[in-house]
Design a protein around this ligand. Structure first.
Ligand SMILES: [Fe+2]
Ligand SMILES: [Fe+2]
Length: 262
């Protein structure tokens, strides 16, 4: 029976598939870490800056966790294929702030902060959902269970923070621009998520020598999710609701918090 759980189990059991999976995950987390570090440096808001710094520190920690999972198996990181590079493809779709902008020294305007937060709101929704899926899939795996739960809980906090900060900006009168930024990000993210999903599926099919029916079925799943997201799912990415957990990123990251989960 083909299930999400059996797919992730197959990936875990194959060195090459696991290497690609952890390398893509580590690459995305590191990229998220770098973006948040740059945004911290370019933010003039003294209340927001430490929260962005915390966000960046968490993503760096996630990058280290995925890298250490590879090390534990004695596997080096492999380069992320361009067509599976979620962050780069998002940027090409015009989602979020560009590398060029983040590499400059000019402080971010209020609108750019909204662009950053909208990008985070949408991508953290995806990250939180994917991590919940991984927590379920690897619940019985002693190597991965605790690490997946730690990352999942962090991604939930990141999402809560985005809701809270964007609602603060809506209350300050930026409602129309926040809505516009969220809708633009969600449209681009839904397309990018499909493209990356198809690229990863075809690489995994090669590595794991899937029969044609299996490749066809997983590919169909990616297209079905895209159609669902485009028609209905996008609403969950652009809505704003005050989270139960307030000020989720209000404290600095503890050093080496990943120790003990690996
Ligand atoms: Fe993360
Ligand atoms: Fe995150």
């Amino acid at each position: 029976m083909l299930s999400t759980r059996s797919l992730f189990d197959e990936i875990y059991r194959n060195d090459q598939a696991y290497q690609l999976f952890c390398s893509i995950a580590a690459g995305g987390e590191d990229q998220g870490g770098w973006e948040n570090e740059r945004i911290t440096a370019l933010t003039r808001d003294p209340v927001l800056a430490p929260k962005v710094a915390r966000h960046g520190a968490d993503e760096r920690k996630h990058g280290r966790i995925f890298t250490q999972l590879l090390n534990k198996r004695g596997l080096p990181k492999v380069p992320v294929p361009d067509e599976a590079d979620y962050c780069m493809l998002l940027e090409r779709q015009g989602v979020g702030l560009s590398h060029e902008r983040l590499n400059s020294d000019v402080p971010l305007s209020e609108r750019e902060i909204i662009t950053y937060l909208a990008h985070s709101r949408v991508t953290e929704q995806r990250a939180a959902e994917q991590m919940r899926q991984l927590v379920k899939a690897y619940a019985d795996n002693p190597d991965l269970d605790r690490a997946m739960r730690m990352i999942s809980s962090d991604e939930d906090d990141h999402l809560a923070y985005c809701h809270e900060e964007l609602l603060r900006l809506v209350a300050a009168g930026h409602g129309p621009y926040v809505r516009h930024a969220l809708e633009t990000c969600a449209r681009g993210e839904i397309r990018t998520h499909r493209d990356v999903g198809l690229a990863v599926t075809s690489r995994m099919a090669e590595i794991l020598r899937w029969p044609r029916w299996q490749l066809a079925l997983v590919t169909l799943g990616v297209h079905a999710l895209y159609l669902y997201d485009r028609a209905f799912g996008w609403r969950r990415m652009v809505s704003l609701r005050m989270p139960e957990r307030r000020n989720a990123l209000g404290t600095p990251a503890p050093p080496h918090a990943e120790h003990g989960v690996l």
